[in-house]
Write a protein that binds this ligand. Structure first.
Ligand code: ARG
Length: 585
């Protein structure tokens, strides 16, 4: 890995360093301020430093040579250390310092990436180890579109962190414990007196089985009482419980396999044995109080307390989550713990995070590590604007949904004549990459907090901001390179990238901003930021390609290098979004 000096990945950070030096030199006696640097799209520059106004208002009235903010801006420019990064600087309006980057420097950095690999552009984060708690369906209940969203968003966040060299524990916090298991187990014993008979085929649809047992539970008090006692440690109960989990797990795995999701199950039951000790620790700190027979933690600003031991003595979602948090911090030594669920669970997370802060497990202000974040997301809606369901108003089976995405994208490819052109394998693989990619991208491209409407026609449209459009764009770039019949590996060594055309420069600068965009998407836990970047990249490429002839031009080598760099960055974006790239179309 390149050392700090050589690190060219993050333009913003490097400029911030230069401006920091300038601010210290121009104002040695203060005020002490952080450099404020941001990319901009004005015609005056590529980046802007916005410190002048703030500094001026702090020193105004003191007897200085600075009579207006613009002169503070001038001083910032004058004291900027010389750097090959910068072509020119100017002060605009009330003191905005505009920076035009050197195109030679931009070209040099892209060449470095081509030779050293995209990993040289990996963001550098402060954390070493993180937990991403995502997907997390409940045993014996259906895995619904909400879990699909959690799976897609969580996987992408995990990928971005992993790319940034963070060790990520990908955790499936499945709901595999609680009173409903007593109910299921008891019902299982009734239906199958001989436990050996229990398997998928015998049970059939686990959700229907769940419903039937719930009915029994609600209508027969004697059954209910037996069910409530069934959550014991007896071997036959344990075995029955494991059978049920296994059946559910097989269902979940079908979805994970299709979407190529890596995740490790550490369900709620795993933390069960640790709960009493943790409640004890919290009690010793004076956090746990009695309230209406239950044991609770009061949270400032919230009128209902967090129940950690129910009035019947049992534990709940909150006791498990507090314990899991403790385990992750102390046993697994994670510094950043990220939970991906629908926004409906916001309050639960806010409350147990507050409890953890009260207990001193986490810093109170939440800005330093160890840190926790709830990554909430909105609903998936159907065409009718209501919660997404199938026609029969049953919940949508996720596997069916994914199968349909694939078969629709396959039909599109056949329509384009690919069945004749390609092998069956190629057709299958592309249909899968495009179909599943479309589902993932449609989800990730929205700000996760907003609800989004599930629409196959829209997500599989080959125009507009869709995975199909982007995957095809990438495939076209690959085909331009192939058709040139040039050996890119050889071209790279020539270091002949020049950015004389305005559209070449815009594209190249956008490529160079990849690292800071990933960093932003990571720090703010917003995959849509990366989607927007990818879409703009594709648009910038289209503009470049329609205005700059590549193959057969005098600039062919340089422009092929730019094509290759674009394809590489696009592929990394796809990878970070969990989408398989397509190389030909
Ligand atoms: N099983 C829960 C659900 O389906 C999600 C669990 C999220 N993770 C957590 N640590 N609470 O809603």
């Amino acid at each position: 890995m390149a050392n700090e000096e050589e690190y060219s990945g993050n333009v913003k950070q490097q400029l911030a360093k230069l401006f920091d030096a300038s601010l210290k030199a121009a104002f040695p006696t203060g005020p002490d301020v952080e450099p404020l640097v941001a990319a901009c799209t004005s015609k005056f520059g590529d980046y802007q430093c916005n410190n002048a106004m703030g500094i001026f208002s702090k020193i105004r009235g003191q007897n200085t040579e600075y009579k207006k903010p613009a002169s503070v801006g001038e001083a910032i420019v004058k004291n900027l250390p010389p750097s090959e990064m910068i072509e020119s600087c100017s002060v605009a309006g009330p003191g905005f310092v505009n920076v035009v980057l050197s195109k030679i420097w931009i070209a040099k950095n892209i060449q470095k990436m081509l030779i050293g690999g995209i990993e040289t552009w990996a963001p550098r984060l402060q954390v070493k180890k993180a937990v991403v708690d995502f997907s997390s369906p409940n045993i014996a209940k259906e895995m619904h579109v909400g879990h699909l969203r959690s799976t897609i968003i969580g996987d992408s966040l995990a990928r971005m962190l992993e790319f940034s060299n963070v060790e990520v524990l990908r955790r499936n916090h499945v709901g595999d414990w609680g009173t409903q298991f007593g109910m299921l187990i008891e019902y299982l014993f009734e239906t199958f007196p001989n436990i050996e008979d229990v398997n998928e085929t015998a049970i059939g649809d686990l959700q229907a089985f769940y419903k039937a047992s719930k009915q029994r539970f609600d209508s027969d008090p004697a059954f209910k009482e037996r069910a409530q006692k069934a959550v014991g440690g007896e071997p036959k109960y344990r075995q029955a419980w494991m059978q049920i989990c296994e059946i559910s797990r097989k269902e979940f795995d079908k979805v994970y396999k299709r979407l190529k999701i890596q995740i490790e199950e550490k369900g709620e039951s795993f933390y069960n044995p640790y709960i009493p000790g943790i409640i004890e620790k919290l009690s010793e700190k004076g956090l746990v109080e009695e309230s209406q027979g239950a044991r609770v933690i009061f949270i400032e600003g919230v009128n209902i307390p967090l129940i950690v031991v129910k009035s019947d003595g049992g534990y709940n979602y909150a006791s498990t989550d507090l314990t899991a948090l403790w385990y992750r911090l102390n046993e697994e030594k994670a510094e950043w713990i990220i939970y991906v669920t629908d926004v409906g669970q916001q309050q639960h997370f806010d409350m147990f995070f507050s409890a953890a802060k009260r207990a001193g497990w986490l810093p109170a202000d939440g800005s330093t590590y160890p840190k926790v974040n709830h990554v909430g997301f909105g609903l998936v809606l159907g065409e009718d604007g209501k919660r997404f369901r199938t026609r029969s108003s049953e919940v949508v089976r996720l596997v069916d949904l994914l199968d349909e995405a694939k078969s629709r994208s396959k039909a599109q490819l056949i329509e384009r004549g690919k069945a004749e052109e390609w092998t069956d394998d190629e057709l299958e693989q592309t249909a899968e990459a495009v179909g599943y990619g479309a589902v993932k991208y449609a989800d990730l491209k929205n700000n996760r907090l907003t609800n989004y409407t599930f629409n196959f026609d829209q997500m599989l449209n080959d125009k507009g901001n869709t995975a199909v459009y982007l995957l095809y764009a990438h495939a076209r770039i690959c085909s331009i390179i192939r058709k040139s019949k040039k050996d890119i590996e050889e071209l790279k060594k020539t270091e002949s990238l020049v950015l004389d055309h305005a559209d070449e420069r815009v594209l190249a600068l956008h490529l160079l901003q990849f690292s800071e965009v990933v960093e932003e998407a990571c720090s703010n836990l917003l995959p849509n930021v990366l989607c927007e970047y990818l879409y703009n990249l594709s648009e910038n490429f289209t503009k470049f390609y329609s205005n700059c002839q590549v193959v057969g031009s005098a600039e062919e080598i340089s422009r092929l290098l730019l094509c290759e760099a674009t394809a590489r960055v696009m592929r990394k974006c796809f990878h970070l979004l969990g989408i398989e790239p397509v190389y030909k179309i």
